[in-house]
Design a protein around this ligand. Structure first.
Ligand SMILES: [Zn+2]
Length: 266
């Protein structure tokens, strides 16, 4: 794990890239931020590259998925189990945390959080996203489910230059929103929150996904199918998130419902 510090002060924010070794955008964004941010920033800014061995190999992880390994264990048996515990400890006490990701699922960029604090509201409404996924009911082994005030930011398609640009600009918006970078005023927009309902399993055979992220799913339509499953939509208020044919070994994505609109901080 590499940690670059900028700025000063007891208040602290962090940006984490390279949680997944097959998502090089995060590391590039963190390095660009390190070049861009002056050392006289108003708060302590920690710029973190998490899983260096996995990035070096260009693989998602070395032994287990880091973002399924939280809270981790300092005495754990695998590299990522120990790394999760080290990263969680490093981020303790941060006022705001942004974790950078890219995915094989379709655009647009979106945010993910598990617990809505005022810091999380500030982050989500500052990011260049129309949608946020409240994944509080889905998993408890991700970074944003164990680190207070953490938001994951899916910046775009894995390997694309656009994902680097969106992630870099979004990271600057995050830093401005929390007063860590003051080159210009922060700006906020309202954001639609969808709540994760359940994961949609993938089986054997050629996978097909027929809808994009956040596209309303008509009741009765087939969302995705393969030789094992035909997922016909049973309710008319569902939207897919993380929808992809090849992004995950055994998931087509997640069904979500529109939950609320997040207003900018007052
Ligand atoms: Zn990722």
């Amino acid at each position: 794990m590499k940690v670059i510090e900028r700025g000063h002060g007891t208040e602290r924010v962090a940006i984490v890239g390279g949680i997944h070794g097959d998502e090089p955008a995060g590391e590039r964004i963190v390095n660009r931020l390190a070049d861009r941010i002056d050392d006289d920033a108003e708060k302590t800014i920690q710029l973190i590259i998490a899983n260096e061995p996995a990035l070096k190999r260009g693989e998602r992880y070395t032994s287990v998925d880091l973002n399924r390994s939280f809270p981790g264990d300092l005495e754990g048996e695998t590299y990522e189990t120990v790394l999760a515990a080290r990263l969680k400890r490093l981020l303790e006490g941060c006022d705001a945390v942004l974790a950078l990701h890219t995915s094989r699922s379709a655009p647009p960029p979106f945010a993910v959080y598990s617990s809505l604090t005022e810091s999380v509201r500030r982050t989500v409404t500052a990011l260049p996203v129309e949608y946020a996924l409240d994944s509080g009911t889905l998993r408890d082994t991700t970074l944003d489910s164990v680190v207070p005030h953490a938001v994951s930011f899916e910046t775009g398609r894995q390997g694309s230059e656009e994902a680097v640009e969106v992630g870099f600009e979004g990271a600057l918006s995050f830093l401005r929103a929390h007063g860590a970078v003051t080159d210009m005023d922060p700006s906020f927009t309202e954001t639609t929150v969808v709540e994760g309902q359940r994961e949609v399993p993938k089986g054997d055979g050629t996978p097909h996904v027929y809808y994009n992220n956040f596209e309303p799913l008509p009741k009765g339509a087939i969302f995705a199918e393969d030789d094992t499953y035909t997922h016909r939509v049973e309710h008319d208020d569902l939207v897919p998130v993380l929808a992809s044919e090849h992004g995950y070994e055994n998931l087509f994505g997640v069904y979500a419902t529109v939950k609320q609109t997040l207003d900018p901080p007052s």
